[in-house]
Design a protein around this ligand. Structure first.
Ligand code: ACO
Length: 434
């Protein structure tokens, strides 16, 4: 017998049985789809605190335990053993690839790495000081103009090609957004390099000199990409799903996801973390003073990189990244020396916050952004590129969710309801009478 929850409306005495939908992991869901029809109510849940918007097989988070699984594989194992491209295959296809599959997948991704020359000219339209995330939103959205008539969102093969194009072209667009701001020539992709090394070469290479990506940086960046590849129904992924639910062009839907990611409460946080750590390092105030400000309700200052909607325990990605931050700075020696004070302040901030009742009671732990910025900064990546790298990494997550939604028979256009609190009805008055 299927399990249900009985809901009784005390104002009318009417009861209904709401089915319980069972997942493979995590809380079960109360299926409220018949609620409005049966009882005439909507549910009210700003910020989706208790609402599952879809069923999904892609990623699972247990926020209380601090667990993150991609297609069932713990993030710790993938971080240790895998590569970003293998993780892309896993997220897109559901299983780890056999050696031949990975070889073919890598070849296909490399094949799509160039941009149409007309896309290249889009960059010239931006102001010289445009934020690279603004360029990302614009240029990725512009790809929809190049791949529109030949993308049938109901055709699995077309969806697969769109996914490959996006994963493949994103490093080129990301690197060019950096080059544009620096007034340097755009570097074309080099398909002899790995996915991650190619991105670094397009970012830091110049035509006049050979550039050899540092293998330590390649591995560090590959790990950052793995850790940011997906995170279930967060704001940007939900944005991609919602915009894609109208059967919009996938490149346009991903552009909407990039716009959402840019916000400082989401992917923009890693940029804010570094600004905060620099402020602390250069200020005459103590770390304790900044923690006190974060706790003060009359002060809008928050500890950036702390807290998470889902994790009420240590973010498992933050643990991996903290260790890698430590290892990288040790390996870089003097080269990484100017990042050491930031890392020291970050660890001190974490230590103080983790012993403070305010943070303990609210279960506020460091999230992935708390340490990732220090690694990116140590690699010479400028602050305004941090969220771009996040967008590059998350593209596979967005497109995997979009693809899942497009093949889900229960999926329909996303159309939330509202609790209307405005005027009931009033008559128009002419401008002279107002
Ligand atoms: N510093 C100080 N206090 C905080 C912080 C913080 N970083 N985060 C939450 N709180 C407090 C809130 O003031 C609130 O206190 P109250 O209950 O006394 O009012 C309580 O903790 C709950 O916070 P909410 O904002 O209600 O939690 P929510 O789940 O809506 O927000 C969020 C989560 C946006 C991540 C929040 O913790 C935050 O702003 N953190 C800083 C920004 C950040 O690091 N974002 C990156 C998120 S991870 C990612 O996108 C990859």
């Amino acid at each position: 017998m299927s399990k249900t929850v009985t809901l009784t409306d005390n104002t009318t005495g009417k009861s209904i049985e709401l089915p319980i939908q069972e997942g493979s992991h995590g809380p079960n869901c109360l299926d409220v789809r018949t609620l409005y029809k049966e009882l005439g109510y909507f549910t009210y849940d700003p910020g989706f605190m208790s609402t599952a918007s879809c069923r999904s097989d892609v990623t699972f988070i247990d926020g209380d335990e601090g667990t993150l699984l991609y297609r069932g594989y713990p993030i710790e194992q993938l971080a240790e053993e895998s590569t970003y491209l293998e993780v892309c295959y896993l997220l897109l296809n559901g299983d780890l690839p056999a050696a031949d599959d990975l070889h073919d997948f890598s070849r296909i991704i490399k094949e799509h790495s160039m941009l149409h020359e007309a896309v290249r000219r889009f960059f010239d339209g931006f102001r010289h000081d445009a934020h690279p995330m603004a360029i990302m939103v614009g240029v990725v959205g512009a790809l929809s103009a190049f791949y529109h008539d030949n993308v049938d969102v109901h055709n699995p093969e077309h969806r697969r090609i769109a996914a490959h194009r996006l994963i493949s072209k994103m490093p080129t667009i990301a690197a060019w957004s950096y080059k544009y701001a620096n007034g340097q020539p755009f570097m074309y992709p080099d398909n002899n390099l790995s996915y991650t090394a190619n991105f670094l070469a397009m970012m830091f290479g110049v035509p006049s000199e050979p550039y050899q990506p540092n293998p330590v940086f390649v591995r560090a960046l590959d790990l950052i990409l793995i850790l940011h590849a997906d995170h279930e129904q967060n704001a940007s992924t939900s944005t991609v799903r919602l915009s894609g639910s109208s059967e919009a062009n996938p490149f346009a839907a991903i552009s909407a996801g990039i716009a959402s990611l840019w916000g400082p409460l989401h992917g923009g946080a890693n940029e804010k973390v570094i600004r905060m750590l620099e402020e602390i390092v250069h200020s005459d105030k103590s770390v304790e003073d900044f923690v006190a400000r974060a706790k003060d309700k009359n002060d809008s200052f928050r500890l950036m990189g702390f807290g998470h909607r889902v994790y009420k325990n240590y973010d498992p990605r933050a643990k991996i990244i903290r260790k890698m931050c430590h290892d990288l700075l040790a390996e870089m020696g003097d080269m990484g020396a100017d990042n050491q004070p930031l890392f020291d302040v970050a660890m001190e901030l974490e230590r103080i916050a983790m012993e403070d009742d305010y943070f303990i009671e609210r279960k506020l732990y460091p999230n992935v952004d708390f340490y990732s910025g220090i690694i990116l900064r140590a690699m010479g990546i400028p602050l305004n590129m941090f969220t771009v790298i996040f967008a590059l990494a998350r593209t596979v997550g967005w497109i995997s969710h979009w693809n899942e939604m497009m093949q889900d028979p229960e999926s329909r256009i996303g159309r939330p309801r509202q609790l209307y609190t405005g005027y009931r009805s009033r008559d128009y008055t002419s401008i002279e009478e107002r």
